[in-house]
Ligand binder design. Structure first.
Ligand SMILES: NC(=O)c1ccc[n+]([C@@H]2O[C@H](COP(=O)([O-])OP(=O)(O)OC[C@H]3O[C@@H](n4cnc5c(N)ncnc54)[C@H](OP(=O)(O)O)[C@@H]3O)[C@@H](O)[C@H]2O)c1
Length: 283
């Protein structure tokens, strides 16, 4: 059994790469320089040669604000490249985001909630989801939100770095969500998706009945616990570092980012019995 991991240098993909290696899973992780998902024919040729049993796609254009002016590349990588992967005829785990929704405050968004993306990034990810739905192959699209890790380029690391320099930080207080710890998400996906899919592929090829594999479709996975704003989230982990500064809560409008962000980023997992842990337990 072989896994092909795209996006292995990114925030989430690097966690999968570590896990696959630690668990001795057989995988290939081509770098974007070697196999760019933008080159459709080359990607299909590569997959035909390598013959993986499962694709885990963590590659994406995630610069949400830049996407507003770089629409073309954003759609090419987030939507067209995913549609191309569906043509390989290989089971595919893809990742998406709550940016495909525009849900009212207070709602825990279920997997079948209607898409209504408000930004170019959200529209590109929504287009990928539509391509998955139109494909006849096996696919699992995992929507998540507010990813962070122990690495150096995410909300937690950035805010901690800024807190060492400033006594006051202005942070948005009117977007409500739940942060997701990327190493935990990756471990959960390995146990609940990757391993069952690989073992069912193995069973299929030895003519056994297909079992345990989650139904194809959309899944919502984020850490559980009480939803929080970005300001509340920052306050929580900064309290633990002993920082004595002040967080000035600001509105999305006052922050003035080019791309629209969902005010509600709370995703509900209605499909799997197991959940990720409370986000607070990760600090
Ligand atoms: N970060 C979040 O908060 C968040 C929240 C919700 C959902 N998601 C979704 O989760 C997934 C992973 O996000 P992430 O934050 O881990 O992304 P990321 O850190 O921005 O990483 C993106 C990855 O895509 C690769 N890539 C870029 N151009 C490529 C190309 N032409 N061909 C192949 N690979 C290419 C990058 O490789 P190079 O380094 O070589 O360019 C990098 O490994 C995405 O689907 C994203 O939409 C993320």
């Amino acid at each position: 059994m072989k896994i092909c991991l795209f996006g292995s240098t990114g925030l989430l993909g690097s966690e999968f790469k570590k896990l696959f290696a630690a668990q001795n899973l057989n995988f290939i992780a081509p770098k974007s320089n070697d196999v760019s998902l933008l080159k459709h024919d080359k990607v299909l040729e590569y997959l035909k040669t390598e013959k993986p049993d499962l694709i885990v796609n963590c590659a994406a254009y995630t610069a949400v604000d830049k996407a507003e002016t770089n629409k073309d590349i954003c759609f090419k990588l987030n939507a067209e490249a995913v549609e191309n992967l569906t043509k390989a005829g290989i089971p595919l785990i893809n990742f998406s985001t709550e940016y495909v929704f525009n849900a009212p405050a207070g709602l825990e968004i279920p997997e079948d909630y209607a898409r209504d993306p408000q930004s170019v990034y959200g529209q590109s990810k929504a287009k990928a989801e539509a391509a998955l739905e139109a494909s006849e192959g096996d696919w699992w699209n995992i929507r998540t939100s507010w990813l962070w890790s122990d690495g150096s380029n995410n909300f937690v690391s950035t805010i901690k770095r800024l807190s060492e320099k400033y006594d006051e930080l202005k942070i948005i207080d009117d977007q409500i969500g739940r942060p997701t710890y990327a190493p935990e998400l990756a471990a959960f996906v390995v146990e609940h998706f990757v391993k069952p899919i690989l073992s069912s592929e193995f069973e299929l090829s030895s003519n056994s009945v297909r079992t345990r594999i989650p139904d194809k479709g959309h899944y919502h996975l984020q850490n559980q616990g009480v939803p929080v704003s970005w300001a509340g989230f920052a306050q929580y982990f900064l309290n633990q570092t002993g920082w004595h500064g002040t967080i000035k809560k600001i509105s999305t409008e006052a922050y003035g980012a080019p791309a629209a962000r969902p005010k509600n980023s709370v995703l509900k997992n209605t499909k799997l019995a197991d959940q990720l842990s409370d986000w607070k337990t990760r600090f």
